[in-house]
Design a binder for this molecule. Sequence first.
Ligand SMILES: Nc1ncnc2c1ncn2[C@@H]1O[C@H](COP(=O)(O)OP(=O)(O)OP(=O)(O)O)[C@@H](O)[C@H]1O
Ligand SMILES: [Mg+2]
Length: 239
Amino acid sequence: MPRIEVENLTVKYGGRRILDSVNAVFDSGVHVILGRNGAGKTTLLRAMAGLVEFTGNIRIDGRSIKNLGRRELSRIVAYCWQNPFYGFIEVSVRDEIEAILKTLRVPGDRYITSALVPGHLMDRDPTTLSGGEARRVSLASILVADQPVWLLDEPFTNLDRDGIEALLKIVEHGRRKGKTIVISLHEVFYAHLLNPDTYTVINGGKTVGGGSWGSITNEVLINSGLLTLGDVCASLYNR
Ligand SMILES: Nc1ncnc2c1ncn2[C@@H]1O[C@H](COP(=O)(O)OP(=O)(O)OP(=O)(O)O)[C@@H](O)[C@H]1O
Ligand SMILES: [Mg+2]
């Protein structure tokens, strides 16, 4: 199943280096990208989705994404927006979910929709949804196309307990299907819920740590402006 290789990835905006020679490999499984606000997580995911100009190389199963057409890349890579409202273009949730299947001409995986989107939302105008409802619909309207690579940009934001459970179920479903799933987070708490295969920490556009999830240390989290699980528990007990 899909292997993503990121090699010397550099992204500049207006002369400023947002990502600076990032190297990473993501195989089939679940991978978290951790980093403080502004570290470069979204830019990294968007580069892998072909949405950002970059120097260096990004290959999927050995093929440079620069050589893949937009439609072809969209069949392989799903990018789920950090802001769930960004991608909405249709007048109903139902149309929003059907749109990608029609555009990419794929049958899709309806389980993803049924697990994420309650039936009563189907006829709603997506722009009127609550934050958590919009997150569910946004995720479903992209992942329903069953792409082998999922890039989820802070997907837990806005979700309540039920929403988090639904998302964890979908990630497990994707993992069982052998997808390569890369999830950006600025809160380490969700990484513990995900129990990923690997982690990568970025800070100031550079990779500052990474490896198997079991090998993560508090030191790398603290140095990169992230709360540890211990910090979270300590603040609860000290109230
Ligand atoms: N199009 C752009 N033009 C100029 N600067 C940009 C652009 N896109 C991103 N940046 C800057 O690049 C840096 C990294 O942004 P990015 O969105 O990748 O961070 P992030 O790690 O996803 O942060 P957050 O946790 O807040 O989502 C930020 O300082 C951001 O302001
Ligand atoms: Mg971001």
